[in-house]
Design a protein around this ligand. Sequence first.
Ligand code: 4H1
Length: 253
Amino acid sequence: MTGTPNSRRIDVITVFPEMVEQVARFGVVGRAAERGLIELSAWNPRDYAEDRHATVDDRPYGGGPGMVMKVAPLHRAIQAARAADPRPARVIHLSPQGARLDQDRVARLAACERVIYLCGRYEGIDERLLEAEVDEELSIGDYVLSGGELAAMVAIDAATRLVPGALGHEDSAAEDSFATGLLDHPHYTRPEVYERRGVPEVLRSGDHGAVDTWRLKQALGRTWLRRPDLLAGRELDERQRRLLDEFIAEHRA
Ligand SMILES: NC[C@H]1CCC[C@@H](CNc2ccc(C(N)=O)cn2)C1
């Protein structure tokens, strides 16, 4: 199925297509897919295996436990995915050896017209396939999963949120924590009191300027408390500096 020209096309190479397809069934990603902002397709290397047993793995040269994913079925699955849309695609392998996914890298993914995510299983993928086909390796964190599918779904979710039109209010992506380089401020909704816990007065004042100031102060303060590393690499302007100093003084009081 060829993609509509301006939609983002996401292809996933995986032996568990039904697993990955779930990410486009719910919430923001589900709505984006429904509205044609993104197109998601999964490609199973088993369908491109040479033998009737649809073998996608084999024993490792050099011995050792487990199996390695064969080059040919993966290569053919990637070729089939590429052929489904004339636009060039960036091929990304999810792996603990990859560069750490952060909001900047997510924004770059969101800007790509086409991405093909390659999900490994078993002990790994034959290096010759990675050399020939992979443009970039990404890791969602320093831990090992049983397959790359969950990592691909994380990247797909995070990037789709940034596709124009995917979120209800454009600004909520821009205001996201990490989009501002800060952690999120606290959120409240009705009831006004729940089990004797109230809502900060300023949020019910109707004074939008005061609300914005309170939210910025909270975001700065929480970042200072929980992720000071995010502040280390960041210049605060005079207003932000003053608000953070206020927060710290109140925190120490
Ligand atoms: N040798 C282990 C390795 C072999 C090849 C398949 C991968 C799949 N598992 C993954 C993938 C990505 C991540 C991550 N942190 O993004 C963690 N785990 C595991």
